[in-house]
Ligand binder design. Structure first.
Ligand SMILES: Cc1cc2nc3c(=O)[nH]c(=O)nc-3n(C[C@H](O)[C@H](O)[C@H](O)COP(=O)(O)O)c2cc1C
Length: 364
């Protein structure tokens, strides 16, 4: 059985799947629910010196109708609507009853974090994540916080900065990086009402979920190549394979927000189980053994050599590859139950290889 425990900055997590700052971590009770649902670590909703005044509505689906595997959200939720005093007195103490590492998320200015940091440390949290989402100024915030607390400090980066450069400047002052926060601003209009779907200024919101994952993946890989710090990935983790992809890009653990909103707190345990199964079935002994294994392959261009090959034992003749081949190089003969590959027409674009749900196609 693969070992899915992870150690990050001296903290021990029984699984590499944590909550992310957001509505499913909005107070002590929801954090306890997350622990029951199988989270290996708890990250609480961001708190600041004053409670947020949140516009309504503030969460919308990226696409109307059934969300399916393209699950994504726009949000304009801001930070916690609960006062800091309430977090210190009631919410952190309740969440601590789960017996898991508890990470407080705080923001936003150097003055804010210097005030809040020592208070959340005294409340017993295991580490602090600071968010720079609205303000930038990463190094000043990190310095101000690091000077006044003794627990690990993690910086959560937004995708709208040069993440490798920012991570490098932060390296002396933080114990880890969380990558990434939501992307935006973005806009959706309700065609029935002609109004923006969100009630925020200009109707703007920030995007999370599946569509964010490739951006988060690139950010994690760039940070992993730039610094020698643990990375906690955040952005579009919906299943165990997504988490494995982040580990291969250099992350030590993942946070889950959108999938938890859409599926409920059992999501953390489901993803942890899927990670376990994937590691076992691919003979990796631990999360650590898979961390960063893709990084050496990111350094140079690859030249795909046509033609694509099909593993007939794996192919279920679903026809997805043939339907989506822009070059008409793949043709499914349903009657004869054969997938034909026209090697002269195949240009080696690789789309079919990445689409095949059975991993039946290969090109190398
Ligand atoms: C409704 C909502 C509220 C969020 N609130 C916060 C927050 O208070 N602080 C923060 O740092 N990130 C916040 N986030 C960002 C998430 O923590 C996470 O980094 C981001 O959504 C990407 O992960 P995901 O694709 O799993 O949702 C929020 C996201 C959503 C969708």
């Amino acid at each position: 059985m693969a070992d899915i425990t992870v150690q990050i900055s001296g903290l021990s997590f029984k699984t590499p799947v944590m909550t992310a700052a957001g509505p499913m971590a909005r107070d002590g009770a929801t954090l306890l629910e997350a622990a029951k649902g199988g989270a290996g670590g708890l990250v609480a909703k961001t708190v600041s010196t004053k409670p947020a005044e949140v516009p309504k509505p503030n969460i919308a689906a990226v696409e109307s109708g059934r969300l399916g595997s393209r699950r994504g959200l726009l949000n304009a939720e801001l930070w916690s609507e609960l006062p800091l005093e309430r977090w210190l007195k009631d919410e952190y103490p309740l969440a601590l009853k789960a017996g898991l590492p508890l990470i407080a998320s705080i923001g936003y200015t150097p003055e804010d974090v210097a005030k809040i940091g020592p208070l959340v440390e005294s409340a017993g949290v295991s580490a602090i994540e600071f968010s720079t989402h609205y303000v930038g100024g990463h190094v000043e915030i990190a310095k101000a916080l690091k000077q006044c607390v003794s627990i690990p400090v993690f910086a959560k980066l937004s995708p709208q900065v040069d993440v490798a450069k920012v991570a490098k400047t932060l390296e002396p002052y933080v114990d880890g990086i969380v990558a990434i926060n939501t992307l935006g601003p973005c806009l959706r209009i309700d065609v029935e009402t002609c109004r923006p779907v969100l009630g925020s200024d200009k109707g703007y919101g920030w995007m999370s979920g599946a569509a964010l994952r490739p951006i988060a993946m690139r950010c994690v890989a760039e940070i992993a190549q730039a610094v020698n710090l643990p990375i906690i990935a955040s952005g579009g983790v919906i299943n165990g394979q997504d988490a494995i992809e982040f580990f291969m890009a250099g992350a030590s653990a993942v946070q889950v927000c959108t999938a938890a909103i859409l599926e409920g707190p059992a999501v953390y345990g489901r993803i942890a189980t899927e990670i376990h199964k994937w590691l076992d079935s691919h003979d990796y002994p631990s999360v650590e053994s898979v961390r960063g294994v893709a990084l050496p392959y990111l350094k140079k261009k690859r030249l795909l050599r046509p033609p694509v090959r099909v593993d007939t034992d794996r192919c279920t003749l679903c026809g997805l590859c043939a339907k989506s081949c822009a070059y008409s190089a793949l043709n499914l003969d349903s009657q004869a139950k054969v997938l034909h590959i026209d090697s002269a027409a195949c240009v080696g674009c690789g789309l079919c290889v990445s689409l095949c749900p059975e991993h039946a196609l290969s090109s190398e």
